[in-house]
Ligand binder design. Sequence first.
Ligand code: CU
Length: 721
Amino acid sequence: MRFRRPRARVFLAGSAMLTAALVQGGVPAYAAPNIVPNPKLETKAGKLPKCWEVWTKGRNEGSAKLVRGRVSKRAVQIKQKMRVSGARALIQTKACAIKKVKPGQRLNLSFHLKSTTPKMSVMFFRQKSNGSWVSWADYGVGGASSKWRKATVKTGPVPAGTKAVRFGLAISGKGTITTDDYLMTASAGAAGRCTDKTGCVEGKWRYVDFGDPKPGADDGDPGDAGALARKKGVRAMHTVVLNNGKVLLIAGTGNNAQNFAAGSFESMLFDPATGKYRKIKTPVDMFCAGHVQLSDGRVLIMGGTKKYSENDSGYQGWLGEEKSYIFDPKDNKYHRTNDMNDGHWYPSATILGNGDVYSVGGYAGDYQGGYQYVSRVAELFKYNKKSKTGGAWLPANKVAQSNINWSTYPALILMQNGKLFYSGSSVFGHPVTGNSNDNYTHNEGNFLSAGIFDYKKKNSFKEVPGLSQKWARDQSASVLLPPAQRQKVMTMGGMDFSAQGPGVAHAHTDIVDLNSPSPRYRRGPDLNAAKVYVSAVLLPDGKVFETGGSYANRTQYVREAAMFDPKKPDAWTAMAPDKVGRTYHNTAVLLPDGRVLAAGSNPISNFYETRISIYSPPYLFKGPRPKIRSVSKKYWAYGGAYTIKTDRKIKSAWLMRPGAVTHSSDPNQRAVAPEKLTIKGDTAKFKFTNKPNIAPPGWYMLFATDANGVPSVAEWVHVGG
Ligand SMILES: [Cu+2]
């Protein structure tokens, strides 16, 4: 089993494009190992290559010898001078037979040959459990060729009770065959193939630094040597996957008042496929802004920090920005839109089925009675793809305004009926109704737990009961479980930031079925560890991965990660933990290559973790990945059906909306399954939903996943108008 080793650390100070250390190449993690010993026939043993011998059967005469190789020194030529019956072959010796095969696996063989006769085949033998060898299968390999050509063979499943396999190239006519360069890989079997014992069970992490002083053995604690010196990376508070596979990491001032005073705002464009990155000129303090990808792939960013608190220890003094920008992946620049009607520091951002964006909450742009307060202005961005700025914010009187104080980053998830589900997850206090500005006190009278909200109607909030730990869902994570069509939402972890709270996190999860006529949260399996600042990522095998977080407010990292399978909803399965501690202001997203990127952590205000962690889930250690060869259309219409050609049979396909996450909140994250998937051999027909509210317009990552849960690298497709 081989991994591409990370390149030596490259850091070109002063250059615009830089390469981060410790980033592996684009297509991740995994190359299936060659299970043929001495595959290039280079090692000699007597007159033939080591591990290879001549096999004959029937009445024939011939020879075999070493000749010049295709690209290296040696190849083997088999010659049959006379033949009445049978065949002659170059075959693996029994001592070198392939023992690493499991019943149910298929073997993929390729090799090169030249031949004067088409009468040839690849013969496979297998060793039964009693030790005896029997013929297993023969495969033709095509016609004669005077030049080197590549031949491939795919076997059927290895039969039960097979201890070992060997194969050889046989000639059954008069003539010569010259052969070289064997490669055999074993594909996933019914029982699943593991190419790396640890990775297969719990996945593996890699770490990317940006050339800052080597952190050594530290794991992200502010007290660790070198940690405070990390400055070259970016304070990734906001992480947005772009439709070109790059990741936009936004810091703004990065929670640093000196940066604010200096007008120093930052973003970084990071390419997880190459490790290249560069800083992006950032016009305003997007620290704690809202963001969402518009239908055309541009990113709408609203609000942020207009003023820092003069008293960092309290929650007073912060003001929200009214400005809003579009980040365009085509020119990597921010373009200003019209302003919102109020400032919003920590606003929500939900894309609707028609491509518009609804946003509420966050601290307002001005003081009320000398204090900061949550804006009650609901904002709606009318999408217009022809507009230079992607559209415009409507005047406040064109948007239904409610008497709801939404607190900060309320998780508002678009439901299939077009209403919004407030999951109960928020940041720094819970939403309240009436005239209350008290987001912290436990007061049933004005408290809004989870509920369904029709943004078109004033004050239409209808409570969804049953959320456990309802006072303690601050910086919990809520996800629409795969597939989006099932309309099940899970909320996990969190903490109570009020004075009444115990001051520590809990491990509760709750699941609600929004398709039910009277939705109600019910307890799900507890997380394996209590945590707040949870990051949860949907994966293209239909599972949910959670990572990051801490046990108390900005302290006591919980280095734990786990996987939840909605099909087996009884427990979380422990995965490898991220070694870098990630508390407040951490994020995680799915990458188009199936890996997960985790960034950020801000335990104290003058310290920020800039290292990025990249996680390869177990599915990247379970044999070769399916490959999407073609998709019949790049632009998908609601209700359409599209053909996906793959290099092998797949089991499922997913449209994954790219992540745009901050503060554990990405209400737009969703995994859309086909309404129907018709599979014939290597062709699958994906019947796409006719409901825009199930898959709001935009660019999605299309993954094809095999029976073993191994996903392809994604193709980007656009859905809707
Ligand atoms: Cu924040």
